[in-house]
Ligand binder design. Structure first.
Ligand code: 3H9
Length: 698
């Protein structure tokens, strides 16, 4: 019937099947195919009931995001849904995999829904900076009530089939989608069940209409963390319209909200980020068809903060771990911390009550590196010095099984150098996790000179399996993220010497949307670490050193660039710090000046972008979007600004290059001169995006 939608009639049941890999997204062809299929079923006098289902790995995963921002192609989704809903014959959506966004909206326009037991149903549009634009905000509250609808629409997380059944979103859990859907449709027809149109059923809205706080409390709980984002608030408004307005008027409100978001800068950036994340998993320069090695068990060396967090990430994904320590005491401490972490998450309702025991059972704590023999991947998370790492990798050569991938979790050391301490450098690479490793999504996969393509593919694929976002980077000091961050750190310190205060700098950075400014971050990490390393290297940093000499090591001592009340992590500006800065400047004969917020922002961000340009020119990152992925998932870069390189393109590279030249002169800092690549792009009026294959996002 159509290339992507087929029609079959089994006795009096029509089965319309979407088959548009990879995820059956609602492209114009799919919309047209569904329209034609349903229309044919309605027109066929032999047909009494209709099943809408999908082939492949999933039910419809949403609108086709690549079509957004392009001229709309008929038929519109609203037209398709209206045909389905107004069908005089019952239409059953038979769901497997993920029914997301427009996909769930199609299902909501059907009269009934059934799903397989592992199916997931959700409206994740907010994560793309959007709100559901095809009736989801009006029909879902009518299906499950406004409280759960707010959770799913404003929060964007899907629910499983059993919760969907309990909430009334589906009628039955079935074995196979097509066969189950068909059997259900036969039952409907035999029992002459009435058509159930959600648009006409306001029963689940009554409670919130009588007491609106049911809705407002649910919204407040979910928008608490939505700082800077437009979509969650607009999505909440649209659900509010379902409570306050008749269906058709609610739909109109929803449509207005959807179009405004779709045409706005935030959603554009978020859609870019969606594709950037997927692009990052495609490794440049690896032969096509390179298969990952099988990873059935992982060994992690070191049960400290990083090792423990990494072990938890694998256990969370059901992958067994051998966690290796050098002594019983360290091991016991590490295992205890993981156990506590899991229990705290379970107590908050983040994981099921039986999950801590199940996950801990996957982590086998042992003493002695000789126990790594059955692991297919070994990740070392030991002390961060080259000598220790080399010793460990030398031993791995002896104990790891042939073909095991050997990864270092170093955050800046040279992997080529580490690889030299083994006879199998082809198996060695970096897997740089970010702290806390069980929470942060980024994993920089460091490709060394001799890393074999299949070892690299193994690291990328296992990182995805444990729900991390991998980005492949090359060997250099600090890799992509920390190398760029160092530029920001340098400028933030210099700003204090010119008259800015830590709280002023941090406020500019958090207002931009980063979760924390450089000084609050320093306090969190501990200022003594940098102090010790500076002393080792004979380097001075007058203000930071003076703070440490005064015993101000950051949060752990209750004082750093800020002061902290006992038991609190809230950074409070401290007049003593201002005094200490003033005294240091006076001692050095430096004059203070008023530093504007605009200057702070430029000096925080532009040097990082400059470093990003160098990273690209050196091939340390293959694509600008890989750098963006690093910042989005490792450092909390605000997703609605797409990432530093994407953001730089929106600011304009000419402007950035000009400002860097200006600051290079003004602050007598030649390192701020625009990098050759930045300068070239700026001179040619080009963007970083022009360096990559055109992104799928419009
Ligand atoms: C929406 O529906 C708006 C409506 O309310 C209103 C309309 C009027 N479009 O993630 P994967 C591609 S907004 C186009 O690696 P997984 C993806 O780029 C949408 N392409 O697989 C990748 O391509 P490639 C609401 C899409 O198994 C390939 O499919 N829906 C789309 O790890 C495989 O993807 C969403 O937000 C799409 N919608 O995860 C759901 N989705 O191979 C977005 C995927 O060339 N999608 N692709 O790199 C997802 O969350 C995940 O893809 C999914 C599968 C969970 C489905």
């Amino acid at each position: 019937m159509s290339e992507v939608v087929s029609f079959e009639r089994h006795d009096n049941i029509a089965v319309v099947t979407v088959n548009s890999p990879p995820v059956n997204a609602l492209s114009a062809a799919v919309r047209g195919g569904i329209f034609d299929g349903v229309k044919r079923a309605i027109d066929d006098p032999q047909v009494a009931g209709i099943v809408l289902t999908c082939a492949g790995r999933t039910f419809i995963a949403g609108a086709d995001i690549t079509e957004f921002g392009k001229p709309p192609q008929p038929p519109g989704l609203a037209e398709v849904l209206s045909l389905i809903e107004s069908s005089p014959k019952p239409v059953v959506a038979a769901i497997h995999g993920t029914a997301l966004g427009g996909g769930l909206e199609v299902a909501l326009a059907c009269h009934y829904r059934v799903a397989t037991k592992d199916a997931k149903l959700g409206l994740p549009e907010v994560k793309l900076g959007l709100l559901p634009g095809a009736g989801g905000t009006q029909r879902l509250p009518r299906a499950v009530g406004p409280e759960l609808a707010v959770k799913m629409i404003v929060g964007g997380d899907p629910i499983g089939a059993s919760e969907a059944l309990k909430a009334g979103l589906i009628e039955e859990i079935v074995e196979g989608p097509a066969s189950g859907g068909e059997a259900f449709a036969r039952k409907l027809v035999a029992e002459k069940r009435p058509l159930r149109k959600l648009r006409d059923d306001d029963s689940k809205l009554a409670a919130a209409r009588a007491d609106r706080s049911i809705f407002t409390n649910a919204v407040a709980a979910l928008t608490k963390k939505a700082r800077g984002l437009d979509a969650p608030f607009a999505a909440a408004d649209a659900v509010g319209a379902a409570i306050d307005l008749p269906f058709e008027e609610g739909l109109k409100k929803e449509r207005e909200g959807f179009l405004k978001l779709m045409n706005g800068d935030q959603s554009k950036a978020q859609r870019y980020a969606f594709f950037a994340e997927r692009e990052a998993a495609k490794i440049a320069g690896v032969p096509d068809g390179t298969k990952p090695r099988n990873v059935a068990r992982v060994a992690i060396l070191g049960a400290g903060t990083m090792g423990g967090g990494i072990a938890m990430s694998f256990a969370n994904a059901g992958i067994p771990v051998t966690l290796v320590e050098t002594g019983e005491d360290q091991l016991k401490r590490g295992m205890g911390i993981m156990q506590k972490n899991y229990e705290a998450t379970a107590a908050r309702g983040g994981i099921p009550a039986d999950a801590p025991a199940k996950r801990m059972a996957l982590i086998n704590g042992v003493v002695g590196i000789e126990n790594v023999g059955d692991a297919d991947l070994v990740i070392e998370a030991v002390f961060e010095t080259m000598a220790v790492k080399k010793e460990v990798f030398g031993k791995l050569d002896q104990y790891a099984k042939p073909g095991a991938v050997l990864a270092s979790n170093t955050s800046y050391l040279n992997i080529d150098e580490i690889a030299k301490s083994t006879k199998r450098p082809q198996d060695v690479l970096g897997m740089h996790f970010f702290s806390p490793a069980n929470v942060m999504k980024l994993c920089e996969i460091v490709r060394a000179d001799k890393t074999a393509p299949d070892a690299l593919v193994t690291a990328v694929s296992i990182a995805r399996k444990i729900a991390k976002v991998p980005a492949v980077v090359g060997v250099c000091d600090g890799f992509v993220g920390n190398r760029m961050l160092a530029q920001r750190g340098k400028q933030s310190e210099k700003l204090l010497f010119e008259g800015a205060l830590p709280q002023q700098v941090d406020a500019v950075v958090t207002k931009f949307g980063m979760p924390m400014g450089p000084f609050a971050m320093g306090d969190l990490a501990g200022l003594d670490i940098g102090w010790r390393s500076r002393k080792d290297r004979g380097i001075k940093s007058e203000i930071a050193d003076a703070l440490c000499e005064a015993g101000r090591f950051g949060q752990k001592t209750g004082k750093g660039y800020y002061k902290y009340e006992p038991g609190s992590r809230a950074a409070l500006p401290d007049p003593e710090v201002e005094k200490l800065i003033d005294e240091t400047l006076a001692r050095l004969g430096r004059k203070k000046r008023v530093v504007s917020d605009d200057e702070i922002l430029e000096r925080m961000m532009y040097p990082m972008i400059n470093e990003g340009a160098k990273i690209l020119a050196e091939g340390i990152a293959a694509r600008p979007s890989d750098i963006d992925v690093v910042w989005l998932y490792g450092y909390g870069w605000p997703i609605y600004r797409g990432g530093p390189m994407y953001w730089a393109d929106t600011v304009g590279l000419k402007h950035i290059a000009d400002r860097l030249s200006f600051y290079a002169k003004e602050t007598n800092d030649p390192s701020l001169e625009p990098a050759p690549l930045l300068k070239k792009l700026a001179d040619e009026g080009k963007t970083f995006a022009s360096l990559a294959a055109p992104s799928k996002a419009a």
